[in-house]
Design a protein around this ligand. Structure first.
Ligand code: PLP
Length: 452
């Protein structure tokens, strides 16, 4: 096969039938500026573990770790230990391993089975961690509507074999932050009562790059002494193409020595804490670019716009009598909704209709304790432009009208059955204020566009 033919064959197999920007399911970055893409292409053949290359990629990664440690209020950001990973899943795996190793050394190699306490709303990577490392997953049921893990129940579920409690800052299901501060307070009370002293890990895969900018008064991070580690996904609201994650520990004291390995066989001595050895450096470089390019003010502008957009969409969906909005983007820029029993159609029917207009909207069951509720979720990202958001609103309105027609045939159109279109519900953001591919505005314009 010639190179051209092989290229064409692969293209033909893969040609995505959904434009990444129309994928409402994913939290993953689906657009970066050309300069960031160029940097990634230029460093395509570089490896994070190359010790001999002239560029100091390990230094860049360390600067990113220090920036995140600072953002998350680590006591001494410059001495915080952390690493880049392939994504949050690997970061969570490392956080879990650190807690497991520390528990082993605390209990002098106890033969009892360790456990990890978390809610049923955690990402599947935590089930993986427990399965792969033979840790009992103690899962606390959650109620619908954003309360997340119950702090008291979580604290009472701990015992001397608990390696840690996981809290999620922005669940994958509905985007709600779990109450990290209250969980820590409940654990403090438990510790004072009977000495059960358990560290907390915050899975901030998405929220780690949202809450510091939009909810600065919310105390969820290293300001809480019980929080020993935090992860985030560079490739979600960190705004880097996949795959990049970060794990940061509050200080070297909570990182077991067994987790770090020192090598010199790629030239230059280096220490790694990752599960895999070779990894592309390009996403780390793109992260560094985004930190320089956006700065804290830029990130704030971008995530504020995403949340505003999501809240506008939620307000629109609230006016559709058949729909019940579960999450209105009060936390992550995510809208989750289901249908009322009387609707006569399901969110899956709605997703099928939207699919014909090019949108991919996921529908799934809520965690096991509410598994009879099927929800749809819309994740608002930076590259959901205002034009696209208006189109989405109109396509939802058209789909609901069509589903009503399917359901009721000639049922008369009462006023309450009229679906407002995007032109009736003003999307509050001006067109064109996106960063990255597809957006026309420069950072200054974005910041100016949202600043008071
Ligand atoms: C809360 C949470 N944790 C972990 C993950 C896994 O992240 P990644 O896809 O970066 O491995 C996700 C992914 O959506 C998530 O939402």
């Amino acid at each position: 096969m010639t190179a051209g033919a092989a290229y064409q064959a692969v293209q033909d197999e893969l040609r995505p039938d959904v434009r990444p920007q129309l994928n409402l399911a994913t939290f993953i970055t689906t657009g970066m500026e050309p300069e960031a893409e160029r940097l990634m292409a230029e460093f395509l053949y570089h490896n994070t573990v190359d010790g001999v290359q002239p560029l100091h990629t390990a230094d860049l990664a360390q600067r990113c770790v220090a920036a995140l440690a600072d953002l998350w209020h680590a006591p001494d950001p410059d001495s915080a230990v952390g690493t880049s990973t392939g994504g949050s899943s690997e970061a969570c795996m490392l956080a879990g391993l650190a807690m497991l190793m520390l528990w082993r050394s605390r209990t002098s190699g106890s033969r009892e089975r360790p456990n990890l306490v978390m809610s049923t709303a955690v990402h599947v990577c935590w089930a993986k961690f427990c399965a792969y490392w033979d840790v009992e997953a103690r899962q606390i049921p959650v109620a619908e509507g954003g309360s997340g893990i119950d702090p008291h129940t979580a604290a009472e579920a701990c015992d001397s074999n608990t390696i840690g409690v996981v809290t999620v800052l922005g669940t994958t299901y509905d985007g709600f932050y779990e109450p990290v501060q209250q969980v820590c307070a409940a654990l403090d009370r438990r510790c004072a009562r009977d000495g059960v002293d358990v560290p907390v890990h915050v899975d901030a895969a998405s929220g780690g790059m949202v809450a510091p900018f939009l909810d600065p008064a919310l105390v969820w991070d290293f300001r809480l002494p019980r929080v020993s580690s935090i992860n985030t996904s560079g490739h979600k609201y960190g705004m880097v193409a996949p795959g990049l994650g970060w794990i940061v520990w509050r200080d070297p004291g909570v990182v077991p020595a067994e987790l770090g390995f020192s090598t010199d066989y790629t030239g230059g001595r280096m220490s790694t804490q990752t599960l895999s050895f070779t990894r592309p450096v390009a996403p780390v470089i793109a992260q560094y670019y985004q930190f320089l390019r956006l700065g804290a003010e830029g990130y704030r502008a971008v995530v504020q716009r995403c949340r505003d957009l999501a809240q506008s969409l939620a307000a629109q969906l609230c006016q559709v009598p058949e729909l019940r909005v579960i999450s209105s983007a009060d936390h992550l820029p995510v809208v989750a909704f289901t249908t009322h029993d009387h609707a006569g159609f399901s969110v899956t029917d709605l997703a099928d209709r939207l699919r014909r207009r090019g949108w991919l909207m996921p529908t799934y069951a809520l965690p096991s304790d509410q598994a009879d509720v099927t929800v749809a979720r819309i994740v608002c990202r930076n590259d959901l432009s205002d034009v696209l958001a208006r189109r989405l609103a109109d396509d939802i309105a058209t789909a609901v009208t069509a589903l009503r027609a399917d359901r009721g045939g000639s049922r008369s159109r009462r006023r309450r059955d009229v679906v407002p279109s995007s032109s009736e519900i003003a999307l509050t953001i001006d067109a064109g204020k996106t960063l990255g591919r597809g957006g026309s505005a420069d950072l200054d314009t974005v910041v100016a566009g949202v600043a008071p």
